[in-house]
Design a protein around this ligand. Structure first.
Ligand SMILES: Cc1cc2nc3c(=O)[nH]c(=O)nc-3n(C[C@H](O)[C@H](O)[C@H](O)COP(=O)(O)O)c2cc1C
Length: 369
């Protein structure tokens, strides 16, 4: 019995299947505004149970890569409105991932060449931003040293998240996913190996979780908990996130805290296909016990593994990343056991419609061939 194609009630939003399009940066918004191509790209994928957009920066300060679409100016909101209209017209559902990169940024992306901000002033080792190089060309460049946010500035960053969430609702999104994964700003506060602050946002576990939980609460209050979600990557090592002593306890306490908040969902990003170690399955069981709401897991899934994970009850919905780039009709292909098209890695980030909106649906490819 297939569970992948069963419906699901996502905090009042009915999903026709359990297939989720995972958030993926595609770096095609030259002026940081989602455009007609963006709308077409997401509309083509509207049969997903749920689409989660690429990360969208909440502020200039929160940007770490050129050509990612933001959600903090009226033009950006109008751009995203085209996207949500297109997806809704096609019968789909769409959350936006809202993003602040913290220290994974570069002075050429910041206002007046300011330093990026983080929990502390340590740069991420061997990490790159996509910014302007010394010749002024878009390029991968080593991240700039950050400065630690002052205590009262943290409230301002939380307000930026709230404003972005409100902008997202004005743009017609069904909800908002906070990007708490992959070594960006929330992990820079959570990680005990990095966050050596001695104010209310550093030190004890309670303090390290404070920024994340205050943001979740402020966004929930502004747009409703049932429209608020978060993505996290327990034990993720991307962007120089180092292991630390009470890591299990940190993630399980985060799980309990999020469980108490009745969010739309929690989304676990397993970095196993991003060159990292997979989340331990025993830990996943403990996470599931600590967090009783809707759980999404993404990373490395094919149909059989997805069915198995749903069948075991360990998660409720399955996120697919790269397969969604090259298979706009992924739901139909999985349902029909049709072959999947491979992704062209050279067009994953940046460029034009090639490798973006020109992957055919199966009918089109077979009728053309
Ligand atoms: C091109 C590309 C861009 C990505 N951008 C994001 C992003 O903006 N936000 C995020 O949370 N994860 C991002 N990811 C991670 C994916 O959401 C997903 O977790 C990862 O690709 C593993 O799933 P997969 O094995 O099905 O591809 C990106 C992955 C790829 C391949």
């Amino acid at each position: 019995m297939s569970k992948l194609f069963d419906g699901y009630d996502l905090a009042g939003l009915p999903l026709p299947n359990r297939v989720v399009m995972a958030p993926m940066t595609r770096s095609r918004a030259l002026d940081t505004v989602a455009d007609e191509q963006t709308a077409l790209y997401y509309r083509q994928r509207a049969s997903a149970g749920l689409i989660i957009t690429e990360g969208s920066q909440i502020s200039v300060e929160g940007r770490g890569y050129l050509f990612t679409p933001g959600i903090h100016t009226p033009e950006q909101v109008a751009g995203w409105k085209r996207v949500t209209d297109a997806v809704h017209q096609q019968g789909g559902r769409i959350f936006i991932q809202i993003w602040h990169v913290g220290r994974i940024s570069h002075v050429t992306l910041q206002r007046s060449g300011d330093s990026p901000v983080s929990s502390v002033n340590l740069p991420a080792a061997a990490a790159t931003a996509f910014a302007y190089d010394s010749a002024g060309n878009p390029n991968k460049v080593p991240v700039s040293p950050p400065r630690a946010l002052a205590t009262d500035e943290i409230r301002r960053v939380i307000r930026d998240f709230v404003q972005a969430a409100q902008n997202a609702m004005a743009a017609g999104f069904d909800g908002v996913e906070l990007h708490g994964a992959n070594g960006y700003i929330f992990e820079q506060f959570l990680n005990d190996g990095l966050n050596s602050r001695n104010d209310a946002y550093g030190g004890t576990l309670e303090n390290r979780m404070r920024f994340l939980l205050e943001t979740v609460d402020a966004v929930s209050e502004a747009i409703g908990a049932s429209k608020t979600a978060i993505r996290i990557s327990p034990f993720g090592r991307l962007h120089d996130m180092k292991p630390y002593a009470d890591e299990d306890d940190t993630w399980l306490t985060v799980a309990e805290q999020l469980s108490a908040r009745s969010l739309a969902y929690v989304h676990l990003s397993d970095q196993l296909t991003l060159g990292q170690t997979a989340i331990d399955r025993e830990f996943l069981k403990r996470f599931r016990a600590a967090y009783t709401g809707t759980l999404i897991l993404a990373g490395g899934f094919q149909k059989a593994e997805a069915e198995q994970a749903l069948e075991s009850g360990i998660v409720d919905l399955i996120g697919f990343g790269r397969p969604y780039i090259s298979n706009p009709d992924l739901v139909e292909r999985l349902r029909d056991n049709a072959p999947l098209s491979p992704v062209d890695r050279s067009t994953m980030y940046g460029g034009d419609s090639r490798g973006y909106t020109d992957y055919p649906r199966l009918e089109t490819s077979s009728s053309a061939g």
